[in-house]
Design a protein. Structure first.
Ligand code: KE4
Length: 428
C-alpha cells in the first residue's frame, strides 16, 4: 500500500501538534509505524489520504457502533446546523437525551451532560466525594478513566498503595487519595477497605475492562464490589464510557445485573460528537450545582448538535431489534477464527462486540497477565493486517470494536487475512 501523503502529513503535523496527534495512541508508536491519516469514512470502512480502504475495528474508540456516517445521524446533524450550533441555554434536546438515557439505564435517575468521558468521570468522582464527605477513591490497575489528575495513577508496590502518578505534571499530592487494587482480585479490595474503609468515597471500575485490552469480570467480582461498597457506606461507580450502549442499551449494569450508584458514559451517547454524561440516584445527583454544593459546569455541555447526534443514535439503538445479537455473533465468529488461525500463540478475550487479541500463552484476567503479552508480536500483526486493508487498534492494550455495519463480507475478509497471517507465522 502507498502511504506517501500520510507520511508527509505526519511529518508536517509534528511541527504544529505534540507528536503530530491530538491523542497519544493515534501516533501508532506502540505498533512502530506511521499513522495513516483518514480522509473519510462510511459504514465499516475508513479511507486514508492515499486512497487506501480499510475495514475499521477502531470505530473512533467506540462511538461508531452504527458504523461511520450513519445516514439518519448525518442528516439530523446537518439539519440541526441550520438552527445554530450552540446557545449556552437549556434546550428540549437535552431533556430528550436525558430521558433516553434513563429509559435505557434506569439507575441514572438524574444525569448531567458534559463533553467527554474524562469530564464525566472527573465529575462523578467529585460528586461521590461531596456526597460521602470522604476523600479516597479506589481504582484498578490497568483501568483507564480519562486523564483527570487524580486518576492518572499506577499502583506502587504492596496491597495498600499511596499511588504514584504515572503522568508528568501531576503532583504526588493529587494522587495520594487514589488507592489501587487488582482487577478480578476481591482480596486486594478487601485489604483497602480494611485499612481505610471509613475514608473511601467510592470504588470506580470498568465493569468490563477495555483499556488493558479487553478483560472480562470474573464470576462474582462485580457483585462483590456492589456488596463491599454498600457495607462500608462507599459508592460504586461504573465507568461505562466504553460499555454503555456497547454491551446492549442497558450497558454492563444490565448485562451483569449489578446496579452501581453512579454511572459515567461517553462515546456512543454522542453518536460521534463530543458528549459525556454522569448520573445516578437522585439523592446523590442532587449534590450537583445549582441544587447542591458540588460544582461542575461546561460551555458546550448538551449543545444542540451533539445532543442531536446522540438522540438519533440512541433511538436507533433502542429500536435496533436483533442488530446487537447479530453483531455479537459476527464478533464471536471473528474471535474463533483468530484462535483457530493463531493457535496457542494468542489468547482472545471477547464479549459483545468488543475483543482483544493478546500475544501470550496464558489466560488474560488482569493487568499482570495482560502486560505479560508480547506487544512487539502484536505490532507485527497490526502492520500485516493494515497492509491487508484491516485497521486494528494500534496498541495491544486497546479493544477492537465491531459495528452493526460489519457484515458477513467484512468479517470473512478479516478472517481470511488472519488465516494468511497464521500460515505465514506457521512457516517461521
Ligand atoms: P474521553 O475523555 O477520551 O472521551 O474518555 C475517557 C475514558 C473514560 N473511561 C473509559 C473507560 C475510557 O475508555 C475512556 C477513553 N478511552 C480511550 C480508548 N481506550 C480513548 C481513546 C484515546 O485516548 O485516544
Amino acid at each position: 500500500m502507498e502511504h506517501t501523503r500520510s507520511e508527509r502529513l505526519f511529518r508536517e503535523s509534528q511541527q504544529y501538534i505534540p507528536g503530530g496527534v491530538n491523542s497519544p495512541v493515534r501516533a501508532c508508536r506502540a505498533v512502530g509505524c506511521t499513522p495513516v491519516f483518514i480522509d473519510h469514512a462510511k459504514g465499516a470502512y475508513v479511507y486514508d489520504v492515499d486512497g487506501n480502504r480499510y475495514i475499521d475495528y477502531v470505530g473512533s474508540w467506540g462511538p461508531c457502533i452504527l458504523g461511520h456516517a450513519q445516514e439518519n445521524v448525518v442528516r439530523a446533524v446537518r439539519e440541526a446546523c441550520e438552527g445554530g450550533l450552540t446557545y449556552g441555554a437549556p434546550t428540549e434536546k437535552e431533556l430528550t437525551l436525558a430521558k433516553l438515557i434513563r429509559a435505557c439505564m434506569p439507575g441514572m435517575e438524574l444525569s448531567r451532560l458534559v463533553s467527554s468521558g474524562t469530564e464525566a468521570v472527573m465529575s462523578a468522582v467529585r460528586v461521590a466525594r461531596g456526597y460521602t464527605g470522604r476523600d479516597k477513591i479506589v481504582k484498578f490497575r490497568g483501568c483507564y478513566h480519562g486523564h483527570s489528575d487524580g486518576l492518572l495513577v499506577k499502583a506502587g508496590s504492596g496491597a495498600l498503595t499511596q499511588s504514584v502518578p504515572d503522568s508528568g505534571g501531576v503532583p504526588a499530592d493529587y494522587t495520594k487519595h487514589t488507592l489501587v487494587a487488582e482487577y478480578n482480585d476481591c482480596a486486594s479490595v478487601e485489604r483497602l477497605f480494611a485499612e481505610c474503609g471509613g475514608e473511601i468515597a467510592a470504588v470506580i471500575v470498568e465493569p468490563v475492562a477495555a483499556n488493558m485490552g479487553v478483560v472480562l469480570p470474573e464470576e462474582g467480582f462485580l457483585p462483590f464490589l456492589r456488596d463491599i461498597t454498600r457495607d462500608h457506606g462507599a459508592l460504586l461507580i461504573f465507568d461505562e464510557v466504553i460499555t454503555g450502549f456497547r454491551l446492549g442499551v442497558g450497558g454492563a449494569q444490565q448485562r451483569f445485573g449489578v446496579m452501581p450508584d453512579l454511572t459515567t458514559l461517553g462515546k456512543i451517547i454522542g453518536g460521534g460528537m463530543p458528549v459525556g454524561a454522569y448520573g445516578g440516584r437522585r439523592e446523590i445527583m442532587e449534590q450537583v450545582a445549582p441544587l447542591g454544593e458540588v460544582y461542575q459546569a461546561g460551555t458546550l455541555s448538551g449543545n444542540p448538535l451533539a445532543t442531536t447526534a446522540g438522540i438519533v443514535t440512541l433511538a436507533l439503538l433502542r429500536d435496533s431489534g436483533d442488530r446487537y445479537e447479530r453483531a455479537e455473533r459476527r464478533t464471536a465468529e471473528l474471535a474463533a477464527a483468530v484462535r483457530e488461525a493463531l493457535g496457542d500463540r494468542v489468547r482472545v478475550n471477547q464479549i459483545g462486540t468488543l475483543m482483544s487479541v493478546f500475544f501470550t500463552g496464558t489466560a488474560v484476567r488482569d493487568y499482570g497477565t495482560a502486560t505479560a503479552s508480547d506487544p512487539s508480536r502484536y505490532a507485527a500483526f497490526f502492520r500485516y493486517m493494515l497492509e491487508r486493508g484491516v485497521y486494528l487498534a494500534p496498541s495491544q492494550y486497546e479493544a477492537m470494536f465491531v459495528s452493526f455495519a460489519h457484515g458477513e463480507e467484512e468479517i470473512a475478509r478479516t478472517c481470511e487475512a488472519v488465516r494468511a497471517y497464521g500460515s505465514l507465522q506457521g512457516k517461521r
